[in-house]
Design a protein around this ligand. Sequence first.
Ligand SMILES: [Mn+2]
Length: 358
Amino acid sequence: MNPARDRILDAILETVRRHGAIGLFPHVGADGDALGSAIGLALALNKAGAKTRVFTDEPVSNRLNFIPALSLVTVHRDLTPDNWPDPMDLAIAVDCTEPERLGCRQPLYLEAEAQAALDHHVSSGESGGLKMIDPEAAATGEIMADLITLLEARLGLSLMDSDSAKALMTAIVSDTGGFVYSNTSSRSFATAARLMTFDPDLRQITYRLFDETSRTRLRLTGRMFCDATFLAEGRLVYASVDQALLRSLDASDQDLDGIIADLRKVAGVEVALMFRELVDGGVRINIRSNDHFHAAQFAALYGGGGHAKAAGMTIKHATLDEAVTIVLVKAGEWLEQTPVLTADSRPGVYYSAAKQGV
Ligand SMILES: [Mn+2]
């Protein structure tokens, strides 16, 4: 029993039956889960008879351009009054719930006949109406796979194929770090097992998501790791990057992917922070934490959000140095309120935190 999902399923079926238009809206800065989930569902809905498109704020990142069926994606900046889509019957936010997370596409989303959302972020709140949040899902891709199975049963059609399976596998591999993060569940593996029957090229997915690097990224990583600063007896580490450094290495924001995850790997680190000066002013901060430091709750202090161990926020109207100072003082206070963890105590705490779904 899942009332929100059943209502969304009914709304989709109704639209599919009259060959209506469905728009899928992954959150801004679409990651593997947001984009893979959107493409996977779009392919299945098109097979079922709907006219489905995926709308993004920015072009698909190079790291994700192996996902199949990218021709279904329309980038917002390519929309003009001449090719502006007719209002859709159903608009579905993917891997987020709030229209604000859709950036420039907010009006397009809101002008549809009905709005729905499929998400798994704890910070997104509770399900209701056509909004379904399933925090038990490690990735929105798991929700999509189940939804497609239900659609197949209701329509008596097979909708999954190797392309949609590859897109959804990308979603799950992306959000579980290749089935190693603590959110990975038996459900993740069960879903992946179903997808594997469609031969989704798992090796390519993991190589493109996690292993492939570039010379630029290698040099940027080297610079940032050398300058990383450890505070609070090594329980906190931070690294920062300004536009001048990015320019000098001809690097883009995409070259920063994965740096924060490596900072968190250092023994004794409870929280890793990465500060990035934005082109238009302001500072983006990514947080990765272990055990006691609740990244999403910390990010919420500054209007951000995310998961217990991975979150982010943007501070507008601050220079890089100002943002670093403000946030480090606060993060230091938070760490003082949490016990120092020994190497022995880590796995147990980690387990119980994961069990509570934080
Ligand atoms: Mn996700």
